[in-house]
Design a protein around this ligand. Structure first.
Ligand code: ATP
Length: 361
């Protein structure tokens, strides 16, 4: 059986170290000959060197690979003339060009991690945020209007097709899950500001239409401001949350804060045929190169990659490897001997990686 081609893009800041960690763990879990990792350049550092944030050969490799694994991209000082960061263009371009419309961000509290929310235990916080990834406010990136440095606009974009497909994705996901921890009800919460803007009212209306095809899944609505309180006070109520691009971006960082922080939050960006996998965090330049980052978000994103690839390819061995990685991460954390710095411990990035590999073997 020929190996699956996985393009890796290290990127910037902590990107190289966490990407390396995930490759090490994925190889341990699948064996040396199941996955062929093909390294490509991209990101802010590469832009400084070459003027290209996503070189054509990197894009071509991503387009033809079985999956893409990415560390993180972006450096605060590397900006375009309009002040926006160059590095983000790496994954933004990949999202738009490869049509990766569903950004899947699981929020799950695991054993060994203490939630910042008092009294919540593993098993009680377990939901998934589906962030629409190709429309919304971020769709107009690079196309906003700055009029004489006096008036500036960016446009929020919504299409029926874009909302329908991400809503369908959210309901289909809810069908595969076992419901919210609180009441085991399968539930999709539509997050918007339908009370304020026409675009969000349209988002809500189209999600409601899609819901009619899923009578076995409850539909629930929340305004984006109110849900930030609900996510802290009753996180067990949530099963799947679907949100516009920018709201999903913000909510997933808030959710990550309740399950141990950004170093624990994986992410998968999926289209109908392609997938990009990276931790939900950015390049964290403050701790780059110190071997201090937690690799767990990227390792867990790697597990999501195996699960997705296993489903796509009908390869049960990959799905099995994904589950083993998740269990290994949880066992390491539960044992409490190797604790990453962002969880209050002293373990280096490399030590956490080795501990997960030991657990796997
Ligand atoms: P972006 O907008 O690109 O997502 P950001 O500005 O939100 O990035 P991050 O790079 O995600 O910022 O990081 C915010 C802070 O969280 C970092 O400065 C770092 O201290 C912490 N952090 C992020 N990722 C990790 C990680 N993997 N391990 C430990 N700490 C992390």
């Amino acid at each position: 059986m020929s190996p699956y081609n996985i393009v890796t893009i290290d990127g910037d800041g902590i990107g190289p170290e966490v990407c390396r960690a995930a490759v090490r763990v994925l190889t341990e879990a699948c064996g040396a000959d199941r996955l062929r990792f093909i390294a490509h350049e991209g990101g802010a550092t590469h832009y400084v060197r070459s003027g290209q944030v996503l070189p054509p050969d990197t894009f071509e490799a991503c387009r033809s690979a079985h999956a893409i694994l990415h560390g993180a991209a972006g450096l605060p000082g590397v900006t375009y003339a309009d002040g926006t960061e160059v590095g983000n263009d790496l994954h933004l371009q990949l999202r738009f060009k490869l049509d990766l419309y569903a950004n899947v961000r699981p929020i799950r509290l695991v054993r060994g991690v203490k939630s910042t929310l008092a009294d919540w235990q593993p098993g009680q916080i377990d939901y998934v945020i589906i962030r629409e990834n190709t429309e919304g406010l971020y769709a107009s990136r690079g196309a906003g209007v700055n009029l004489r440095s006096e008036v500036v606009t960016d446009t929020l974009v919504m299409t029926r097709k874009g909302i329908e497909r991400v809503a369908r994705f959210a309901f289909q996901l809810a069908r595969k899950r076992s419901g919210a921890p609180r009441d085991q009800r399968r539930r999709v919460t539509v997050c918007d500001k339908a009370n304020i803007l026409r675009s969000y009212a349209f988002f809500r209306a189209v999600c409601t239409e899609v819901a009619e095809r899923f009578p076995d899944v409850d539909i629930d609505y929340a305004y984006a401001d109110a849900i930030t309180v609900h996510m802290l006070k009753r996180p067990d109520f949530y099963d799947v949350i679907v949100a516009e691009n920018m709201f999903g971006d913000i909510l997933s960082d808030l959710g990550a804060g309740t399950i141990g922080g950004l170093g624990m939050a994986p992410s998968a960006e999926l289209g109908d045929e392609r997938g990009l996998f990276q931790g939900a965090h950015g390049s964290a330049p403050d701790i780059a190169g110190l071997d201090a980052a937690s690799p767990l978000a990227t390792i867990l994103s790697g597990a999501m990659m195996l699960q997705w690839l296993g489903d796509q390819q009908g390869d049960a061995a990959l799905s099995d490897a994904a589950s083993r990685i998740e269990r290994a991460v949880e066992s390491v954390l539960a044992a409490g001997e190797v604790v990453p710095a962002d969880q209050g411990g002293r373990a280096r990035c490399s030590e956490v990686t080795e501990a997960v590999c030991r657990q796997l073997s």
